[in-house]
Write a protein that binds this ligand. Structure first.
Ligand code: GLN
Length: 485
C-alpha cells in the first residue's frame, strides 16, 4: 500500500514509530495528484512548494520529539476557507485573484496541529450547488466514474479524499455540501452542530446554515479531525462555548440498547432502488448491533426544500452584496461611474446560479414580500427544528439515506435547477435545525457507484454520531474498494 492511501491514524503510527517521514508522505500524495488530477480536477490550486517546506519543518519537529496530532498529515482545504497569502476564490470569477490577509480559525487550528496543506479544492461557485459543475475553474469528476459528478458543493474535497489525492479534507455544509459529496464519492463526511466549529474566515454563503466539517477515509479520522477543529472561538459570534469531548473515546463503545429513529418521510417513492436496498441493509446491521429501530415522523419534512430556498438565498443576497468590484477581486474594465462599475463587475463576476440566488433572495426580502416569504419561511423553520427536538425525545439517533440517488451524470441536471435542488432533499433539514449529521459509506450500486447512509442527532452530540458511525463501519462488512483511475 502507498503512503497516500493510508488514513490519518495509520500515518500517525508510522510517523511515531519512525517508519516514515512527513516528506515521504507529502511526496507520495503529490505523486498521486500528478497521476490523477488531470482526470478528476479536484483542486483549484496546488500548494506543492509550501507543502514540501511544511513537511520539512514537520520532519525537523519530529526529530525534536514535537509530534502533534496532525504532524506531517496532508490535508486539502475547500477554496472558501481563507488562507493567508494563498488565493481563496470560492470558485468564482469575482474572487479569482483574492488573497486573504489572514487564516480562517480552522486553518489556524489545523496548522497548529501540524497539518501540511496540499492545496485548495474545487467547489460550486460560492458553495451554491450539488455537483461542482458551477465552478469558474471547471468541473470536478467523480473518481468512481469520470462521466459523473462528485456531488457538491464540496466536490473537490470529496473527490480528493476518494482518489487518495490527500489524506483528509475540509469542506463546508450549508444544505448538504459535505454529506452529499461524501456519499457520492464513498468517503466519510460530517456536518457538525451549528456553532461547534468556528466560521471565522469561512467565506459566508448563508450565515445561519453554514458549518465547516471534515472529509475522511474512515470514522476514526473524522473523530481525529473533529478533535482538532471543534471548539469555541471568541472571534466568531455564533461560536458556542460548549465542552468538546475527545471524540476518539467514542469509537469502540458500541450501540447496544440505543434507539434509532427511521423517519417515514425519508423513505419515499423516487428514491433509487439500489440506494433503498443499501440503506435497508444498514438498518439491519444497526439492529444486529443491539439497537432498536423504530419508525418516527418528522411531519414538516415536505417544507424543508422550500424553506431552505427562501432562507439560504435571502442570506446569500445580503452576504454577496459586498462583491461590487470596489473592494475585492474582479472589477469590470471600462465602466462609466460607480453604478456602472457595480453592474458590470457583478454581471461578469458571478455565474448564473449565483445570480439566480441573489435575485431570489433579494425578492423574498423586498418590502411587500418579506412577510409572505422570508418571515413565513423562518416560522416554518422553527417547526422543522421542533420536529427534530420531539423526535430526539424518542430516539438517540436518526438514520436516513444521505442522497436519493447515486452520483448522476455530468450535465444531467444543469438545465433544471429544481431537479438539482432535489439532490439535497435528505440533508437540508439538518442545517435548518442546526443539528449535526454524518454520512458513512454503506455499499455500492451494481454499476460500482458508492452509496451513503446518514446519521443525525441532537445539538452538540457529535460524539453519538462518531459512536454509531464507527460501530456501523466496523460491522457492516462492506467490501473494501478503491476507485480505479
Ligand atoms: N446544494 C445546496 C445548495 O445548492 C447546498 C449547498 C451547500 O451545502 N453549500 O444550496
Amino acid at each position: 500500500m502507498e503512503l497516500n492511501q493510508l488514513t490519518i491514524h495509520e500515518l500517525q503510527e508510522k510517523i511515531r514509530s519512525g517508519k516514515t517521514t512527513a516528506t515521504e508522505i507529502v511526496q507520495s500524495v503529490f505523486r498521486r495528484i500528478d497521476a490523477v488530477e488531470k482526470a478528476i480536477h479536484a483542486y483549484i490550486l496546488l500548494t506543492r512548494e509550501a507543502a514540501l517546506a511544511e513537511a520539512d519543518r514537520a520532519d525537523e519537529a519530529i526529530r525534536k520529539g514535537d509530534i502533534r496530532t496532525l504532524t506531517g498529515i496532508p490535508v486539502a482545504l475547500k477554496d472558501l476557507l481563507c488562507t493567508r497569502g494563498v488565493t481563496t476564490t470560492c470558485a468564482s470569477r469575482i474572487l479569482h485573484d483574492f488573497v486573504p490577509p489572514y487564516d480562517a480559525t480552522v486553518v489556524e487550528k489545523l496548522r497548529d496541529a501540524g497539518a501540511v496543506f496540499t492545496g485548495k479544492t474545487n467547489m460550486d461557485e460560492f458553495a451554491m450547488g450539488s455537483s461542482t459543475e458551477t465552478s469558474w475553474f471547471g468541473i470536478t469528476r467523480n473518481p468512481w466514474d469520470l462521466e459523473r459528478i462528485p456531488g457538491g458543493s464540496s466536490g473537490g474535497s470529496a473527490a480528493a479524499v476518494a482518489a487518495d489525492a490527500c489524506i483528509a479534507a475540509i469542506g463546508s455544509d450549508t444544505g448538504g455540501s459535505i454529506r452529499q459529496p461524501a456519499a457520492l464519492c464513498g468517503v466519510v463526511g460530517m456536518k457538525p452542530t451549528y456553532g461547534r466549529v468556528s466560521r471565522y474566515g469561512l467565506v459566508a454563503f448563508a450565515s445561519s446554515l453554514d458549518q465547516i466539517g471534515p472529509f475522511t477515509k474512515d470514522v476514526e479520522d473524522c473523530a481525529i479531525l473533529m478533535n482538532v477543529i471543534a471548539g469555541y472561538d471568541p472571534r466568531e459570534s455564533t461560536s458556542v462555548p460548549a465542552e468538546v469531548p475527545d471524540y476518539r473515546q467514542y469509537l469502540a463503545r458500541g450501540i447496544d440498547g440505543w434507539t434509532v429513529g427511521i423517519p417515514k418521510e425519508y423513505f419515499i417513492e423516487g428514491i433509487d432502488p439500489e440506494v433503498m436496498t443499501a440503506v435497508r441493509k444498514a438498518i439491519a446491521v444497526v439492529e444486529g448491533l443491539g439497537a432498536r429501530c423504530i419508525e418516527i415522523s418528522l411531519p414538516h419534512t415536505a417544507y424543508c426544500l422550500a424553506v431552505y430556498y427562501i432562507v439560504a438565498p435571502a442570506e446569500a443576497s445580503s452576504n454577496l452584496a459586498r462583491y461590487d468590484g470596489a473592494k475585492y477581486g474582479f472589477r469590470a474594465p471600462d465602466s462609466r461611474g460607480l453604478l456602472d462599475m457595480y453592474k458590470k463587475s457583478r454581471s461578469a463576476g458571478f455565474g448564473a446560479e449565483v445570480k439566480r440566488r441573489i435575485m431570489l433572495g433579494t425578492y423574498v426580502l423586498s418590502s411587500g414580500y418579506y412577510d409572505a416569504y422570508y418571515k413565513k419561511a423562518s416560522q416554518v423553520r422553527a417547526l422543522i427544528k421542533r420536529d427534530f427536538d420531539e423526535a430526539f425525545q424518542r430516539c438517540d439517533v436518526i438514520l436516513t439515506p444521505t442522497t436519493p440517488t447515486p452520483a448522476f451524470r455530468i450535465g444531467e441536471k444543469t438545465d433544471d435547477p429544481l431537479h438539482m435542488y432535489l439532490s439535497d432533499i435528505f440533508t437540508i433539514s439538518t442545517n435548518l435545525a442546526g443539528i449535526p449529521g454524518i454520512s458513512v459509506p454503506c455499499g455500492f450500486t451494481q454499476g460500482g457507484l458508492p452509496i451513503g447512509v446518514q446519521f443525525l442527532t441532537g445539538h452538540f452530540e457529535e460524539a453519538k454520531l462518531i459512536q454509531i458511525a464507527a460501530t456501523y463501519e466496523k460491522n457492516a462488512n462492506l467490501e473494501k474498494r478503491r476507485p480505479t483511475l
